[in-house]
Ligand binder design. Structure first.
Ligand code: UN1
Length: 507
């Protein structure tokens, strides 16, 4: 395989990110080994950040913040614009790295870089729109308004499944807001982190910016913990499992820091009697097997009206038979590998769990042995009861649960009965059904779609969900407010000092 993209991104064998000045000295003792799930080979090594290096990085970030917060927001936006251009120039190489290090299809790897470019564009526009409100004071000759100021250092913890885009949703918004960022990428995809940082470092250097506006740290959860416990880091934005999120939330809350959490999903599509079958098939298929079932927004459950159940099941099973599984860099393939062999074990255990609780495998799953690594599996479909214990859990793998309903309220109740609340969808051509699904008594998720699957959210909307998904909102809309502190200002331009609420306090 041609691995020129590693060279393009500055990821030669001896480069572990230290050339960017961000990970400090080479630490010979501790490395993360990046192994491709595509062919099982080692791509490179990245040194683990030591506590001493972490201190240096935080010191540089604090220093950079003193400067960056004083730069006008539109000028900060101009730097993000340049970063977006640098991403355009590197889109092919970075997309290939994402695909090779993480295992998603090349098309999805490029799509992820496109999301980064899009959030840069969004952030550039936003840099002129960090609006606060003006209120009418109840006192004469007083003016009252609010403004948003940057918070400081934003710690970003991201997951392997979107190894570059999710960082950019946080970092690009935080940077136009005047914050500085410290990023701990997933230890499963560290080279994606180094590549993004290398691209940043060049833009920063070209503009004579201080080091420390964007920094990288690497390692396992113990490295993340240095940040979550650190009161110099006012906001931690973490994407990953609910298990991880609960630990991060408690650690950060113990010091009254802020968190923005984007955790597990258990996303369902309700398929109603009037559903358009072509939309159902495309939406459900891409949602369930795209990224090998490793999106937070992957479709995990189909809640199908009894009148359409057999049709959906048979057509979908037919479509699964056509899936080409294999090297994700080969554009003829639809589905690549899972991230690692631990993920394969979790997937196989889940299939055992489904069998144990009496579920029926319509499309059988299992490991595929002859495809280049031990990480390839066959996407499967299981027919289960609506109260299935297995279907309540998020298994980060291509397992799709199908269940029947007879009345829309029942379908909505099933959809809402799981602990997670990220994405949801209804397939219907009946306006009454779709409006009910979107109403306060409908889906309880952060994302609710009509005639679209559960995955593939656009960056322009606020992204995140409720309940065990963690409640955070990233990316578009007014998500930027989480990265700033709001200040209410009241100005008295009279010669009196009237007190609020009509109180008199005469001596
Ligand atoms: C994630 O899986 O963590 O909605 C993010 C989507 C993507 C984002 C997913 N745009 O599928």
């Amino acid at each position: 395989m041609n691995k020129d993209f590693l060279h393009t991104l500055g990821l030669q064998d001896d480069n572990d990110g230290s050339s960017t000045g961000q990970t400090g000295m080479h630490n010979p003792d501790a490395h993360l080994v990046s192994r491709s799930p595509v062919d099982g080979s080692e791509i490179g090594r990245v040194s683990v950040t030591t506590p001493e290096q972490y201190e240096q990085i935080i010191a540089k970030a604090q220093e950079a913040f003193q400067y960056w917060r004083t730069v006008p927001a539109p000028q900060r936006g101009e730097i993000v614009r340049q970063y977006g251009d640098a991403l355009r120039a590197n889109k092919d190489a970075l997309g290939r790295l994402v695909s090779y290090e993480m295992g998603k299809s090349l098309q999805e790897g490029w799509g992820e870089v496109q999301e980064m470019i899009d959030i840069c564009d969004f952030a550039v526009g936003l840099s002129r729109q960090l609006y606060g409100l003006t209120m009418h004071s109840e006192r004469p000759l007083h003016r009252m308004y609010e403004q948003y100021h940057p918070l400081g250092i934003v710690g970003i913890i991201s997951a392997f499944n979107f190894p570059v885009a999710v960082w950019s949703w946080n970092a690009m918004i935080a940077i136009v807001c005047g914050d500085v960022t410290v990023w701990k990428p997933s230890e499963k995809t560290p080279l994606c982190g180094v590549a993004c940082q290398n691209i940043w470092a060049k833009v920063a250097k070209d503009n004579d910016l201080p080091e420390g506006i964007s920094s990288l740290i690497n390692g396992d959860y113990t490295v993340g913990e240095m940040m979550t416990k650190d009161e110099r880091v006012p906001l931690i934005s973490a994407t990953g499992s609910t298990r991880m999120g609960k630990i991060v939330a408690q650690t950060v809350a113990a010091r009254l820091g802020k968190t923005l959490l984007e955790l597990g999903g258990n996303n369902a599509i309700i398929i109603t009697p009037s559903a358009d079958m072509d939309l159902v098939l495309t939406g459900a298929l891409f949602g369930a097997v795209g990224t090998c079932g490793q999106r937070c927004t992957s479709t995990r459950r189909l809640i199908v009206h009894e009148s359409r159940y057999d049709e959906v099941r048979d057509k979908l099973a037919g479509a699964y038979d056509q899936l080409r599984i294999g090297d994700p860099l080969d554009q003829n393939n639809h589905v690549g590998p899972l991230i690692d062999t631990d993920a394969v074990d979790t997937y196989l255990k889940a299939i055992e769990g489904i069998k144990n609780e009496g579920g029926n495998l319509i499309v059988a799953g299992g490991r595929i042995d002859d495809l280049g690594s031990d990480c390839y599996v066959k996407p499967c479909i299981a027919e289960v009861e609506p109260d299935s214990e297995m279907a309540r859990k998020e298994t980060f793998a291509p397992i799709l649960y199908m269940m029947k309903y007879s009345d829309l309220q029942e379908a909505i109740d099933i959809q809402n009965s799981v602990p997670q609340g990220l994405s949801s969808a209804i397939m219907t051509t009946n306006m009454r059904e779709s409006e009910r699904f979107l109403s306060a008594a409908g889906s309880d998720c952060g994302i609710a779609n009509v005639n679209i699957g559960t995955s593939g959210a656009e960056i322009g909307g606020a992204f995140g969900g409720e309940k065990e998904t963690g409640g955070g909102r990233e990316s578009g809309s007014d998500s930027w407010k989480a990265y700033m502190r709001r200040q209410t200002n009241t100005i008295n331009y009279s010669t009196e000092l009237p007190l609020a609420q009509g109180i008199t306090f005469d001596l």
